[in-house]
Design a protein around this ligand. Structure first.
Ligand SMILES: *Cc1c(COP(=O)(O)O)cnc(C)c1O
Ligand SMILES: [Zn+2]
Length: 424
């Protein structure tokens, strides 16, 4: 292999040329995967996650410090009676070296995605988000000047802030929910030059999130026995599995895949329901009846994806199967209690989704499904919102367009072309 990496389709097995390619050109449905020339993880001196550049599908980097931080828990470990609990923290907590200013691991996805588009694609990235992903891409746009188009539900607009003014973000808010913003995003991408970011299909996004597992392995010297993460799409779970396979291939971190312990927030838990029946695909009527109401009832709404990458080859079903994984859930009450415990024992505020994850770990310890001596990696995928306000000015991103749900690409094309003339 002369290239740093190749992309391969898990269905037809063919190598796919990377032109910011997110689906197999032969029409297969599986998730393309990156295979790297370097079989052993070699760390670089580059900033942030580009330290792990050898396993990122990019050549260049960005001068941004964002990266996950792994440390051995003392406080929460003692409360739960765990002997080997490690916390991976992706947020803002400078006392621990954590510098993700938009406070979630979505920055780990946004960073290599911006670089990959510049190197392999041509166009302006479009992102649909319920909040954390949109904020991460707005921040990267603010830091680099690269234009992006972000579509969010109107009710999430307040979550879009950055620590530098974001002058090249085309923010469109939709009167509707996350699903409406995904649909409008698809319409916006009918304008020439606007390219969908790709979500779970984007290898840069998955391998960026995979740095959580890489950082943990480098810090602790081994793969964990269990990996706990709250999921909406489950992309982070797939990423953890893929990174673990690479680490096994490296040879220095162990031979056994960590068990994926993925968590949803009741009453919206479609992945849990499908997995409990060992069903290979999601059935909306069975797995998410009354979706609108249950989505509006959860504590952590970043965990409410109606289209998780579950059934396709290389997706969540395969990840859970390969790792002998387990799905669980936590209620809002359990999450809120776990949040209090986490703040008191660890000293930082977790993202609501991370609180759901802490609640699930607590339940797993209590019901004996994890061994107290096991090596556990708890992914606190967001946090430090209070801490970042002490050090930084937060700039709200102002909407460029406010629209109704259900409108077509035609209806917004002229405005978007006008914005592109001014910004791209
Ligand atoms: C997005 C997000 C999740 C869920 O991640 P997926 O793997 O994409 O489902 C969990 N926690 C936080 C803090 C997030 O921002
Ligand atoms: Zn294929």
């Amino acid at each position: 292999m002369n290239e740093k990496y190749i992309l391969k389709c898990p269905d037809c097995g063919r190598v796919v040329v990377d032109r910011y390619t997110n689906t197999c050109p032969h029409g297969c449905t599986g998730l393309l995967r990156a295979y790297y020339a370097e079989k052993q993880l070699k760390l670089t001196r580059l900033p942030g996650i580009f330290r792990y550049s050898c396993w990122l599908p990019v050549s260049g980097s960005l001068p941004v410090d964002s990266a996950p931080v792994t440390y051995r828990s003392e406080g929460l470990a003692e409360v739960l009676g765990l002997k080997n609990l490690f916390i991976s923290f992706s947020g803002y907590w400078p006392e621990r070296g954590a510098q993700i200013k938009t406070c979630s691991f979505k920055e780990l996805e946004a960073l290599p995605t911006m670089v990959r588009m510049k190197e392999r694609g041509s166009g302006i990235l479009q992102i649909s988000s319920a909040g954390n992903t949109g904020r991460a891409f707005c921040q990267m746009s603010a830091l680099t000047g690269t234009p992006v188009v972000v579509v969010v539900p109107e009710s999430s607009a307040g979550r879009l802030w950055t620590t530098e003014p974001a002058e090249n973000v085309c923010l469109i808010t939709v009167k509707g929910d996350y699903t409406d913003s995904i649909e409008l995003g698809n319409e916006v991408c009918k304008t020439d030059g606007i390219i969908p970011e790709g979500g779970a299909r984007n290898v840069a996004r998955r391998d960026g999130m995979g740095t959580v597992m890489l950082n943990s392995a480098v810090t602790t010297g081994r793969l964990p026995d269990y990996y706990f993460q709250a999921v909406g799409s489950g992309t982070g779970g797939i990423a953890a599995w893929e990174a673990s396979e690479r680490l096994i291939g490296d040879g220095r971190y162990g031979e056994k895949l960590p068990r994926l312990c993925l968590v949803q927030n009741e009453p919206f838990a479609p992945i849990l329901h499908a997995w409990e029946e060992k069903r290979h695909s999601l059935i909306p009527e069975i797995d998410m009846p009354d979706a609108k109401r249950s989505i509006s009832a959860v504590y952590a709404d970043v965990l409410t994806n109606r289209y998780p990458p579950y059934a396709m080859k290389g997706g969540l079903f395969d990840a859970l199967t390969a790792t002998d994984g387990q799905m669980s859930s936590a209620t809002n009450r359990e999450a809120e209690l776990a949040e209090k415990i986490f703040i008191e024992s660890e000293g930082i505020d977790p993202d609501p989704a991370a609180s759901v994850c802490v609640a699930a770990l607590k339940k797993a310890v209590e019901d004996g499904s994890v061994d107290k001596n096991a090596n556990i990696l708890l992914n606190i995928a967001g946090g430090g919102y209070e801490r970042v306000r002490e050090d930084h000015t937060l700039y709200t991103v102002e909407p460029f367009l406010k629209v109704q749900a259900g409108i077509s690409g035609e209806d917004v094309r002229d405005e978007i072309l006008g914005w592109m003339r001014d910004h791209a």
